[in-house]
Design a protein around this ligand. Sequence first.
Ligand code: SF4
Length: 192
Amino acid sequence: MENTLWSYAEQLTPSSRPGNFNQVMMDLGAIVCTRSKPKCEICPLSEKCEAKAQSRQTDFPFSKPKKEKPIKFVYMLMLKNGSEVFMYQRPPSGIWGGLYSFPEFETLDMLQDYLNELGLEDADLDFDENLLFRHTFSHYHLDIQPLVLPVGFLSKVKPAVGEHKKLWFNAGEIETNKVGLSAVAKKLLQDL
Ligand code: SF4
């Protein structure tokens, strides 16, 4: 396509005063043949314009087809001890950098392994699919399946990945607690 356009440009650009020609083309595009409202009635090319002849002036240039965003999926685990829910601080870079969120897992096996480590191998993984929701980032959609698991206080509970600060967050303190929460964590705590 690019080669074809270069070929047209070479054929159409006059050898004398090509700079003036280019300036006229740019002015024409900026002032007369604008994208949404071409002023065909004053256009010096209207007699020869194929788009006008076909009444398709606003069809060009084509809009780029919208790129479909990929969809990712995570289970988000909310270990609940009374009104408190276990959270950890996410790494400084990446999504929700430095904010508190819930342990998340890409697969059920990873979630199960994590629960096994906490001695919760018999936990009831009864997912409420009505709670499944989508959070959209600029580059992808994230489908989130929350799982609320009532447990007692777990002293050895840890973030799913790496060593990060952790806390048991009182869901009643969303507005007053100064801890930075990810938008999704806030929503989930509010829905709790
Ligand atoms: S006649 Fe053609 S080139 Fe001129 S403004 Fe209309 S669409 Fe653009």
